[in-house]
Ligand binder design. Structure first.
Ligand code: ATP
Ligand code: MG
Length: 677
């Protein structure tokens, strides 16, 4: 700050200009370039300038601005008003202590208090105001700077009441759990000691106050030692998460409606990071981003509180991916197998069946001892309720949790929903369970984060996303892992979903998430519309680690499926216009058509492992040769009914050992031949 502007600011302070007036003037000067240009123009007479000033600026500032015009300092004015605002904010937070009391304090008590405050804040210019306040019943409350020392009887009574209530609950629990019930005299003596020992520890609560409010963001002055990501509570009872730590203020995103909040409202720290209550009672429930139920089925009792942002397990604590997570979708399990602990991206344009793949996979986990968490981000509430209904219909809700932050929820809810879901997943993983988590979808998550960041005035980068948008998703997906046996052997498998525009997988957010995940299933509108559903593009999809987790039987049965399909695709294009084909090419094309038909799969119809193996074996060994593709579905259904009636031993061995031995292959061959005849 230059000397001149310092002088000006001092003058503003002396004139006691209000914040609103200063802000109006600043806006006028910075938004309307013409005004400052005209005022700075030496060719305009000072009478004209005075006219302009009187018309446009608040009255309290007329003289002040005229002086600045004379000093040729108009171009610095906008900045000066901005600095003045900061000075006022500083002043607001300066040490003004308020003591609320019931019985007036004695001289010596007052002196002690003053000494305490000056020592605590290392300032002499403390201004103490005494206020009579009978509401606090007795004692006193001291508010100084951003801390509050509460020594009032009102608070002591409240704390004591809480303490006695917890004691009473303990007694009640003991009698329920069948422990020896306490005699009334015992209870009284316990309560007596509690009351005697009750010590009103003066808790200094750090408080701050709102200096700016809007768009679900509050800028708060004070709260000097608040943590990033900490929950803070506003006087209206709503909570917020601290997101920006700046020199003079902190940026807080509100978790709820700002109704009743104004500039000057007080905010207190909770010393807790944002988190969710977790317990087994979550299963079968639909909750919001903070874990509160939204399905009208009553409270969810929490066993524990998990911060939504937690550190991912370290490499040493992890085990390599070695167990498959069956999706029940033939095209995926055979060519792009997913292992427990893996992160497989589902990517595609809108309406290409992304959600359907995730839902099918959840339905297929029935009886597999896998817990499923479906996180809906930024979707329409009706879409979410459709998914919940489908899961209910197929009895999949019993082992699932749905976390929903729909499009109508504020951006902060959409931003934290996937982290909350992951915290729940971690709770189950730490109990040794296998968990599948679906993030539907992360494109909308990134958009919500962008909205929030822009409102927090973080600098926008590529596509207006903030610079840390990569980290947004990497720290989320890094938490999916497969723990080693020492840590319980649980796992989290993630199926993030990304929506592309016109199949453009090289856009910013898609490339980010592709580079974080262990593979992607790429769905294509063109295939979808041509009736090939699920619309998996076999060329662009890949699973980088799942192969290690595929069952031996599946690996053997699938054989060169992907290569066959690739050859077929190429040949199909190549022979599009030729009429005469040699026998070899014709066979290759027929085989390809048959495979394409085989991989089509209707919704909510996951195939068990043994069925996939037998179908693939039959396809690769010519058992579907000569069958009209249109009749293939009926034919394979008949085949499976036949196998189920006469080949129970084959099914049992496939499910049990999951290896396709020569002997087993021979038996499959026999039963297929028998069926053919
Ligand atoms: P959005 O972009 O709107 O989220 P999405 O990519 O998640 O869409 P879905 O909602 O899963 O797509 O599916 C779109 C439509 O396609 C749905 O009506 C669904 O019933 C249908 N569909 C999806 N998969 C299949 C399938 N294998 N067989 C038949 N219909 C399907
Ligand atoms: Mg969807």
């Amino acid at each position: 700050m230059s000397d001149l502007s310092k002088e000006y600011i001092k003058e503003l302070v002396r004139l006691d200009i209000s914040r609103e007036d200063a802000d109006d003037a600043r806006k006028m000067l910075s938004d309307l370039k013409d005004v400052s240009d005209t005022l700075g123009n030496p060719l305009v007479t000072s009478n004209e300038k005075r006219n302009i000033i009187e018309k446009l600026f608040p009255e309290s500032l007329h003289k002040f601005i005229m002086t600045a015009v004379k000093d040729n300092a108009v171009d610095q004015l906008a900045e000066i008003f901005g600095d003045y605002d900061d000075v006022l904010v500083e002043k607001q937070g300066s040490i003004k202590a308020v003591v609320r009391y019931v019985t007036p304090l004695t001289e010596s008590q007052q002196a002690d208090l003053r000494k305490f405050i000056t020592e605590k804040f290392i300032r002499d210019d403390v201004d103490i105001e005494y206020r009579h306040d009978p509401d606090i019943i007795g004692g006193f409350i001291l508010t100084a700077g951003d801390v509050e020392y509460d020594k009032s009887y009102r608070t002591s009574l409240r704390l004591m009441k809480e303490k006695l209530r917890t004691k009473a609950n303990e007694f009640a629990e003991q009698s329920v759990s069948g422990e020896k019930p306490k005699k009334a005299s015992d209870i009284i003596s316990v309560l007596k000691t509690e009351v005697e020992d009750f010590d009103t520890k003066v808790a200094a609560t750090e408080t701050g106050h709102v200096i700016r409010l809007g768009d679900g963001i509050a800028r708060v002055h004070g709260l000097g030692s608040v943590m990033y990501g900490e929950l803070v509570e506003f006087e209206t009872g709503i909570r917020g998460i601290v997101q920006n730590l700046e020199e003079k203020s902190v940026g807080v995103v509100l978790l709820g409606d700002d109704h009743g909040l104004t500039e000057g409202s007080s905010v207190v720290r909770t010393h807790k990071r944002a988190g969710v209550g977790v317990s087994d009672a979550l299963l079968g429930r639909v909750v919001d981003a903070l874990g509160a139920p939204i399905d009208g089925l009553g409270e969810i009792e929490a066993d524990d509180y998990y911060a939504i942002e937690r550190e991912a397990p370290g490499v040493i604590d992890r085990k390599s991916v070695n167990t498959p997570l069956q999706t029940g979708i033939l095209a995926i399990d055979s060519m792009f197998p997913i292992g427990r602990g893996q992160r497989e991206l589902i990517i595609g344009d809108r309406q290409t069946g992304k959600t359907s793949i995730a839902v099918d996979t959840i339905i297929n986990q029935k009886g597999q001892d896998v817990i499923c968490i479906y996180v809906a981000i930024g979707q329409k509430s009706s879409t979410v309720s459709q998914v919940v209904n489908t899961l209910r219909k197929y009895d999949a809700m019993d082992y699932s949790v749905v976390v929903a932050a729909s499009a109508s929820d504020p951006a902060p809810f959409q931003y934290i929903a996937p982290y909350s879901g992951t915290a729940m997943a971690e709770y189950f993983m730490e109990k040794g369970k296998d968990v599948l988590i679906v993030y539907d979808d992360l494109s909308k998550h990134a958009v919500a984060y962008r909205a929030m960041s822009l409102l927090l005035h973080r600098p926008p980068g590529r596509e207006a996303y903030p610079g840390d948008v990569f980290y947004l998703h990497s720290r989320l997906l890094e938490r999916s892992s497969h723990l080693d046996d020492e840590h319980g052997g649980g796992s989290i498998t993630a199926l993030p979903v990304i929506e592309t525009l016109a199949g453009d997988i090289s856009a910013y957010i898609p490339t980010n998430v592709i580079s974080i995940t262990d593979g992607q299933i790429f769905l294509e509108s063109e295939l979808f519309n041509s009736g090939l559903r699920p619309a998996v593009n076999y060329g662009l999809s890949v699973s980088r680690v799942g192969g290690a987790a595929q069952t031996k039987a599946m690996k053997k049965a699938a054989g060169n499926l992907r290569i066959d399909l690739a050859q077929f695709k190429e040949m199909e294009i190549f022979t599009q216009f030729s009429s005469e084909l040699d026998q070899n090419t014709k066979e290759l094309l027929d085989h390809g058509h048959m495979l394409t038909e085989l991989l089509k799969q209707p919704l909510y119809n996951p195939l068990p492992h043994y069925e996939q193996v037998i179908l693939l074996y039959a396809a690769q060994h010519g058992f579907f040769k000569g069958i009209n593709p249109k009749e293939l579905r009926e034919y394979r259904n008949d085949l499976m009914t036949y196998v189920k009636s006469y080949g129970q031993d084959i099914i049992a061995e496939l499910e049990d050992k999951r290896v396709l031995t020569d002997d087993l292959a021979e038996r499959i061959e026999r039963i297929l031949t028998a069926f053919e005849e």
